[in-house]
Design a protein around this ligand. Sequence first.
Ligand code: FAD
Length: 584
Amino acid sequence: MSESKLIVVGGGLAGLMATIKACEKGQKVDLFSVCPVKRSHSLCAQGGINGALNTKGENDSVEEHFDDTIYGGDFLANQKPVRDMCYGAPDVIHMFDRMGVMFSRTQEGLIDLRRFGGTKNRRTAFAGATTGQQLLYATDEQVRKYEVAGLVTKYEFWDMQSAIIDDEGICRGIVAQDMNTMEMRSFKADAVVVATGGLGMIFGKSTNSIICTGSAAGALFQQGVHFANGEFIQIHPTAVPGDDKLRLMSEAARGEGGRVWTYRDGKPWYFLEDMFPAYGNLVPRDIATRAIFSVCVDQGLGINGENKVYLDLSHIDAKELDRKLGGILDIYEKFAGDDPRKVPMMIFPGVHYTMGGIHTNYGHMTNVLGLFTAGECDYSYHGANRLGANSLLSAVFSGMEVGPKATDYIKGLKKSANDISSTVFDLELKRQKKIEEDVINSKGNENPFKLHEEMGKIMTENVTVVRENARIAKTEGVLVDLMDRFKKINLSDTGSYSNQSLLFSKQLWNMMHIARVITKGALLRDESRGSHYKPDFPDRNDEKFLKTTMAKYTPNGPEIWYEEVDTSLIKPRPRRYDVDKEVK
Ligand SMILES: Cc1cc2nc3c(=O)[nH]c(=O)nc-3n(C[C@H](O)[C@H](O)[C@H](O)COP(=O)(O)OP(=O)(O)OC[C@H]3O[C@@H](n4cnc5c(N)ncnc54)[C@H](O)[C@@H]3O)c2cc1C
């Protein structure tokens, strides 16, 4: 067989880790990213990465980490992969330590740990408040080593358009577009790993970077790749509202002692501490989100009558704050104009993370042979809700898993991509060029940026914190209408024709498909679980919905069905954060 090739799409932590692990086995890799890999969204992660290192003497353990993750995810995650991840976590942190990541230390020189929501122990290793950046840079340094050795070729500013799938249903490469020259090309590969991150842009404003469109997942979905648990979207309780986008105030701020409050009857009301005495300000994200939402929207007690409450650090020593949270406090000061060391910050919940994603088996392979996935776009590790600081872990861990798995798969192949008829590659390239021509030649009066704004608004209003069936059903109708209107977009008459608007329009179409998956999944799941809350169905319904939501493309909209969840290791138990003593 001629020299084999692995394509990795995504240069965030998951993609880079997959690349390193494949290279360690001698595998050649083509690495694609819509931005320089060092600008991937992993860069923005602030608070830290979880691993039961127990350096604080709290008797923390891997089993406890596993239990918190399953419990926090409201039992919707398949348990075996989660346990593997939690057992791998301490080694992941030690590996980064050896790579040179400057983790914050205790006075004794041990890796310091902070508390995050949904845990009772300190388990989050951090490098000040720029953990993602430190991990990403360290990982890319390792990839550069393999670049120099000729094993890795980077394609930065290349946008994956689709997978190339042969007549036997096997993935043989991708079509990608150079975002500078707009050249579109087919690339052969013996296996493809998709690690394209989250999809916050579907909701318009979110804490995600604007490159987090979910477009690649949307394109794959239309090609028959299954999507799982789409309705589980994490809303971060402490986002900083902004006109252009939301900025995150990391959970580390609560972890370091931040208190959430508003005024009631003219006096400060620390409502999280009041409502949830066991966890106080450190309840998991969905619980904190709903509490803030209820205080502002239902009770009208937001600051100055607006949808905002205080997140207060001003009682903590400023030097201590600088040491542990400096980076993010500076970001807040820059955008909000107030110094959070002196004045309480103002926050409100915002779209933050995608628990659902591309469906895979335990070997990270999708339902298309030779097509693998890892990182935030993989649905595997977080069930109905993700614990803070578990996603850097899942991105790194899944990357470490998928690299060798894809390489082994390639070794077992009887036929290399080079032995496949060139027609397979030409046909997919032609199909993508036709899609592009249709967008360019569309002569209606719709503006794609306006359609995106409308989609983001209705998705945020109806398919985030509180979900009511009538409003979700209305959203479905609006999405169908937006897709119709998309067919009448006009890039030249709106004055918005540019490479960027063309690329964005194509991404928008893919986003719309995933928006429909999210919406339909939310509509059909008549229960409340993790991040998915329906006031009309306030309880978790294990009998009917302790199941993974599966979605596949049909021309008439997504088809939904359900699959059993592996609960063989921890028996599902009620999820309560409102009592001092929990029964585990
Ligand atoms: C503000 C913020 C703070 C966070 N803080 C934390 C934290 O403290 N701890 C924690 O555990 N988690 C945190 N998270 C979540 C965490 O950062 C992400 O889940 C994780 O970094 C995702 O890594 P990834 O490799 O899957 O994706 P990303 O880092 O998003 O990388 C995706 C890659 O895919 C590429 N790509 C995308 N589409 C295409 C395409 N069509 N063609 C080619 N390339 C493409 C991009 O260029 C990029 O290289 C935070 C998230 C946000 C929004």
